[in-house]
Design a protein around this ligand. Structure first.
Ligand code: GDP
Length: 460
């Protein structure tokens, strides 16, 4: 393949977006850190690029880490873009038209702990969104008798262990493979998997020693190249499309949006349409910002301005009128299209996320559209009716609405990852409305069910 061939093709192939999910403390953050660390210690300038909310690891760096496992000539995808915030909360926020924004997921499972409640939740979300995933069976270094071989491919490390250590690890790995099978997936150790579409590959790793990290990157790269190339084909010069990760106040810029762009290009000065709390927001990009390299950060200037960003990339948008923008909402560039058509497009995408409400039920507040949807799904499963569901902090109006419920069981606000506004706090104290808040969905639903059960017991 000639150089110009490669360039022509990679011009229209974007970086696959990778999200990391798993139960708390199973090592999501450590694994992401290790991936970044391994990349940086590859030594070359440009080993990784830090975006807003994401880290880009180019193919050459991956090939450097993976050694003989990845021959760059076999690939024409430009690398991998890792979403920096792990967890299924951010994963469900990150949606795009009809599904997940992440193209692939890494489900981190502590090899000693196996499946835990949030592992199950993550699996449910992956199933629902049809997102392909691999399992990182983490913390293999804690296996009794394990003799770490730092930074080695796990295939090498695994073979070099004593029979005793290997069979201790195997026992745990096959437990996880069994649990995946119970969840409806055929799974095996990744080097035994022939067809990654039919089987979930399990990669034993240690986020501590880095064993298995080369394999993990190899499998992610291979999976994307083999099965996702079509999805990665984009018109880079086309109008940008993205999803809001976070809505943030930024000194000197007012309200800004952290956005992941998954199609086309976003430019300074572009007219954009953003999903808002009440209606689509039409505004103009005043500045596009990227984090400054760590070494250059001075006290006040935390960002570099860029003229444009092409997919896939994370970027901060500074623009007027963003106060009502919602995390999880779509962002679309108008350039070269009718504004009304783009507004209608954003509206229809938001409508997909709308929650079915009843005449009588609880009030649900969540910090992002994706988490609101996930909450609504969990409540639907638990047969809890919803009166009103909205993105945002708990406000006095929510207390007023909750207090109109006829049944005390429903005079409840369930808040996921949200704050309570001061004046709402006062009204809560003066009313019979109960507030449950948490940042774990199953916990929130469980607390509510417990409350209902207790009330029923008290009435008998
Ligand atoms: P998260 O909640 O899933 O993001 O988990 P963290 O990355 O914060 O890890 C939780 C704890 O497990 C921390 O104390 C980590 O140092 C530890 N940890 C993570 N990965 C490994 C690993 O591969 N080996 C060992 N021994 N400890 C690990």
């Amino acid at each position: 393949m000639s150089d110009s061939d490669t360039r022509d093709r990679s011009d229209t192939l974007r970086t696959p977006i990778v999200a990391v999910l798993g139960h708390v403390d199973h090592g999501k953050t450590s694994l992401l850190d290790k991936v970044r660390g391994s990349a940086v210690s590859e030594g070359e300038a440009g080993a990784i690029t830090q975006h807003i909310g994401a880290t880009a690891v180019p193919l050459d760096t991956i090939s450097g880490i993976a050694g003989s496992l990845v021959d760059p000539d076999d690939f024409d995808l430009p690398g991998l873009l890792f979403i920096d915030t792990p967890g299924h909360h951010s994963f469900s926020t990150l949606r795009s038209r009809g599904g997940a924004l992440a193209d692939i997921a890494v489900l981190v499972v502590d090899v000693n702990d196996g499946f835990q409640p949030q592992t199950e939740e993550a699996i449910d979300i992956l199933k629902r969104t049809g997102t392909p995933f691999i399992v990182a069976a983490n913390k293999i270094d804690t296996t009794p008798g394990w003799n770490p071989q730092e930074g080695e491919p796990i295939q090498v490390t695994y073979e070099a262990q004593s029979d005793r250590a290997r069979s201790r690890l195997d026992e745990n790995l096959y437990e996880i493979i069994g649990q995946l099978s119970d969840a409806g997936f055929s799974a095996d150790l990744y080097w035994r998997v022939q067809d990654f579409q039919a089987n979930v590959g399990v990669v034993p790793v240690s986020a501590m020693t880095g064993e298995g990290v080369p394999d993990l990157l190899t499998v992610l790269m291979g999976l994307s190249q083999r099965y996702m190339k079509d999805q990665m084909t984009i018109d880079v010069e086309g109008p940008g499309a993205g999803t809001v990760l976070e809505v943030k106040e930024e000194k000197g810029f007012g309200t800004t949006l952290d956005v992941v762009i998954y199609d086309g290009t976003l430019r300074e000065g572009d007219e954009i349409v953003v999903g808002g709390l009440h209606e689509p927001i039409v505004t103009e990009v005043r500045a596009l910002l990227q984090p400054k390299p760590l070494a250059e950060i001075r006290t006040e200037k935390r960002f570099d301005r860029v003229d444009s960003v092409g997919a896939a990339a994370g970027v901060k948008i500074a623009a007027p009128d963003l106060e009502d923008a919602m995390a999880g909402a779509p962002v679309r560039v108008v350039r070269g299209r009718e504004r009304d058509v783009v507004v209608a497009d954003v509206e229809s995408e938001l409508a997909e996320i709308e929650v079915d409400t009843e005449e009588e039920g609880v009030v649900v507040k969540a910090d992002t559209l994706g988490s609101l949807e996930a909450m609504a799904n969990a409540l639907l499963e638990a047969e809890v009716p919803i009166l009103r569901a909205e993105v945002g902090d708990v406000a006095p109006r929510d207390v007023a609405v909750a207090s109109t419920a006829a049944e005390a069981d429903n005079q409840v606000i369930l808040g996921f990852n949200v704050d309570v506004l001061k004046n709402a706090q006062r009204e809560l104290e003066e009313s019979d409305v109960r507030l449950f808040s948490d940042d774990v969905i199953y916990q929130l639903v469980e607390d509510y069910e417990e409350f209902v059960a207790e009330r029923q017991r008290a009435q008998q």
